[in-house]
Design a protein. Structure first.
Length: 255
């Protein structure tokens, strides 16, 4: 199925970061339009198995799992290839790899900060490249990359996380421009604060959203052949203002 005509209709879906609440909700939103064969790729075999069983119960005719860690970059080509092979190809790949880490500016946990950068930028970037290569070799497809509004202009309140997301966001946008000529569509998703397990216990930011709202926006973005979606949409205009703020004003914002 070509990316030009597929939109959200692709029947074979691979999730890189297979236990992500947002990614799994995207799969469920896709399944509301018709059954999908799904491959979940991630690091926790038991959690992957539970997620696969839930998708199967929701109507997925096939839900398989592939185990790999985001930091095992030397195994990413093999793992992504296995996911493609077990589904007989892929029409939609969802990249949902990321950790939040310590909030704030200069980290007190340097090792933890480095892991956030390694997972969110290096590990996710490696998986993005491998998925893009596979889709290109197969003749096309759609690649959904879960970024964050934090990538738009990292602030002192989320220095490490924002920088890590800026890295994967930039890579996805640039590869999307390059791969478009080869019928691979890249959709970058920039949600704001999302109520998930990862953000549980944190104070919600303005314009907070839900995995369900993100899923609906992603499916709509696929159907519109969009290259970027913000969730909620109003964040696009808010971040336009934030991007224009002088540094002397931005540095006063501590959150």
């Amino acid at each position: 199925m070509s990316a030009e005509s597929a939109g959200s209709n692709g029947k074979r879906v691979i999730v890189l970061g297979g236990t992500s609440e947002i990614a799994l909700e995207i799969v469920r939103e896709l399944q509301r339009r018709g059954p999908r064969e799904v491959a979940l790729v991630g690091r926790d075999p038991e959690a992957l198995a539970r997620a696969a069983q839930a998708l199967h119960s929701d109507g997925a005719p096939a839900a398989v799992t592939v185990q790999v860690d985001a930091l095992q970059t030397d195994r990413h080509a093999e793992a992504v290839g296995e996911a493609f092979e077990r589904l007989g190809g892929a029409d939609i790949v969802i990249l949902a790899v990321g950790v939040l880490g310590e909030r704030g500016g200069m980290p007190s946990d340097v090792a933890g900060a480095l892991q956030v950068l390694e997972v969110n930028a290096v590990g996710a970037g490696s998986l993005l490249i491998q998925a893009g290569r596979r889709l290109r070799e197969a003749g096309g497809g759609a690649l959904v990359v879960l970024s964050s509004v934090a990538a738009e202009r990292p602030r002192r309140g989320n220095a490490v996380y924002g920088a890590s997301k800026a890295g994967i966001d930039s890579l996805a946008q640039a590869l999307g421009d390059d791969l478009r000529e080869e019928n691979v569509r890249v959709l970058v998703v920039r949600p704001g604060f999302v109520h998930t397990r990862m953000t549980e216990g944190l104070q919600a930011a303005p314009l907070a959203t839900t995995p369900q709202a993100v899923a609906r926006a992603v499916v709509d973005g696929l159907d519109r052949d969009a290259h970027t979606v913000w969730v909620p949409r109003s964040l696009r205009w808010l971040m336009l203002v934030v991007r224009m703020l002088p540094r002397r004003i931005l540095r006063r914002i501590k959150q």
